[in-house]
Design a protein around this ligand. Structure first.
Ligand code: NAD
Ligand code: ZN
Length: 380
C-alpha cells in the first residue's frame, strides 16, 4: 500500500509499505478515505518531538471503511464507515475509566504522560498512522465510531481531533456566562476553540495570530474579534489588558504550542541534540494577559524543551492552568449532534484536498502557511 514515510526533518516521502495486519483479536483494519494533516504533525515534521523515527507513517485524523476485524471485535463490522479518534485507548485502564482517553495507560505503557496516538512518534506509543491507504486500528471496540447516515466524510474526519480539541479547549477554560475569552492561534484548533467558546456562554471572543488570511477567516467563521499581534499592537499583553479595562481576560486558550517557542530538537544520526532558543511566547502571553484568578487552557502541544514558563507570575496571580490531550471519544455524542444540526460546520475549514501521493507538498504548504492554507486533507 502507499503510505507517508518520514525521512527526517521536513522530509516526507510517499512510498510502498507492507499492508497492515491484524496483530491482536481487538484490532481492525481500515481503508482510509480521508486523512488530515494537523498542527501536531508539524511538530514532528519540524523536529520538535523526541524519538520521531525515520520510516514512521504519520497521521492521526482519519476516516475510512472497515475491511477486516479481529475475532474479538464486536462493535464494528466489515463495510462500516468509521471515524477513528486520534487517541488509541483501551477503554478499561484507570484513566480510560475516568474518560481520560488521551492518557490511556495500556495503549502506551512506556510513557509517563501521554497515552497512545496514531502516527505520533515513539512518545505516542510508536503506532503507524493514517496518512496511508490502510491503517491498523487497535482496541477497535473502544473509540472508532460509525459515521452517522448523511454525515459528510469531511465533517467526520474533523471530529477525530480538531472539533473535539477546540471544544475541550473551551471546556477546560471553565467559561462563565459573559466571560471574555482570548484565543492565541488561528489555526484549525484555535478557530474551532473560538467558535466553541460561544457554546459555553462567552460574552466576547478575541483571537490573536500573525497570519492575516487566518484572522480574516476566523472573524467570519467564529464571529469573533481577530487581531494581528505583529501589526495591530506593540505588546499583546498590554493590548489585551487595554481591551479588558486593565483586568485581563477571564479565560485564555493557548492553541499554538511548540512552533512559537523557537525551540528545536534535532536528531543527528541517532544522537539527540536539544536546542533551547527563546521562550514559550504564546504561553507567556497567556499567563500574563489572563486576569488574576483566571484560567489558562492549554491545548497547544509543547515538547520537552519548552519548560520556560513564567511560573512565578502564574503563582502570584493565583491562576488555574489546565491542559491535556483531548479525550475525543468523550465529546463525540454531543459534537456529532452539533454537526448534524448545523451549530458547528467543520468542513468549512478545509482549504486543500490533496492526493496522498502529494503529501510532501501538502506538508510544506501547511507548515509554511502558503496558498491561504488552513486545513489540508489527504485523499488516498
Ligand atoms: P497550526 O500550526 O495550523 O496553527 C497554529 C497557529 O498559531 C498558526 O496560525 C500560527 O501562525 C499561530 N501562532 C504562532 N505563534 C503564535 C503566537 N505567539 N501567538 C498567537 N498565534 C501564534 O496548528 P493547529 O492544527 O491549529 O494546532 C494548534 C496546536 O494545537 C498545535 O500545537 C497542536 O499540536 C495542538 N493540538 C493539540 C491537541 C490536543 O489534543 N491537545 C489536538 C490537536 C492539536
Ligand atoms: Zn491532530
Amino acid at each position: 500500500m502507499l503510505a507517508t514515510n518520514y525521512r527526517g526533518i521536513r522530509r516526507i516521502r510517499v512510498s510502498e509499505k507492507p499492508m497492515p495486519e491484524i496483530k491482536h483479536p481487538e484490532d481492525a483494519i481500515v481503508r482510509i478515505v480521508r486523512s488530515c494533516i494537523c498542527g501536531s504533525d508539524l511538530h514532528l515534521y519540524n523536529g520538535n518531538v523526541p524519538d520521531t523515527r525515520v520510516g514512521m507513517t504519520f497521521g492521526h485524523e482519519f476516516v475510512g471503511e472497515v475491511v477486516e476485524i479481529g475475532s474479538e471485535v464486536t462493535k464494528l463490522k466489515v463495510g462500516d464507515m468509521v471515524m477513528v479518534p486520534f487517541n488509541i485507548a483501551c477503554g478499561r485502564c484507570h484513566y480510560c475509566k475516568q474518560g481520560l482517553f488521551g492518557n490511556c495507560h495500556e495503549a502506551n505503557s512506556e510513557a509517563t504522560a501521554v497515552g497512545g496516538f496514531f502516527g505520533y512518534a515513539h512518545v505516542g506509543g510508536g503506532y503507524d498512522g493514517g496518512q496511508a491507504e490502510y491503517a491498523r486500528v487497535p482496541y477497535a471496540n473502544v473509540s472508532p465510531t460509525v459515521i452517522p447516515p448523511g454525515m459528510h466524510v469531511e465533517d467526520a474526519v474533523l471530529l477525530t481531533d480538531v472539533v473535539p480539541t477546540g471544544y475541550q479547549a473551551a471546556e477546560m477554560g471553565g467559561i462563565q456566562k459573559g466571560d471574555t475569552v482570548v484565543v492565541f492561534g488561528a489555526g484549525p484548533v484555535g478557530i474551532m476553540a473560538a467558535r466553541c467558546s460561544w457554546l459555553f456562554g462567552a460574552g466576547r471572543v478575541i483571537v490573536l495570530d500573525d497570519i492575516d488570511y487566518r484572522l480574516e477567516f476566523v472573524k467570519n467563521y467564529a464571529k469573533c474579534e481577530a487581531y494581528n499581534f505583529k501589526k495591530d499592537m506593540d505588546d499583546p499583553v498590554v493590548f489585551l489588558k487595554k481591551q479588558t479595562d486593565w483586568m485581563g481576560a477571564d479565560v485564555v486558550i493557548d492553541a499554538v504550542g511548540a512552533e512559537a517557542t523557537g525551540s528545536a530538537l534535532q536528531t543527528i544520526t541517532g544522537r539527540k541534540m536539544l536546542l533551547q532558543a527563546g521562550s514559550a511566547t504564546a504561553l507567556h502571553w497567556a499567563i500574563n494577559s489572563v486576569k488574576k484568578g483566571g484560567i489558562v487552557s492549554i491545548v497547544g502541544v509543547y515538547g520537552p524543551t519548552d519548560n520556560l514558563v513564567p511560573i512565578g507570575n502564574a503563582m502570584n496571580k493565583g491562576l488555574t492552568i489546565r491542559g491535556n490531550q483531548t479525550a475525543v471519544k468523550r465529546h463525540l455524542p454531543r459534537l456529532i449532534e452539533h454537526v448534524q444540526n448545523g451549530i458547528l460546520e467543520p468542513r468549512k475549514i478545509i482549504t486543500h484536498r490533496v492526493p496522498l501521493e502529494e503529501a510532501a507538498d501538502a506538508y510544506r504548504i501547511f507548515s509554511d502557511k502558503l496558498d491561504n492554507c488552513i486545513k489540508p486533507v489527504l485523499i488516498p
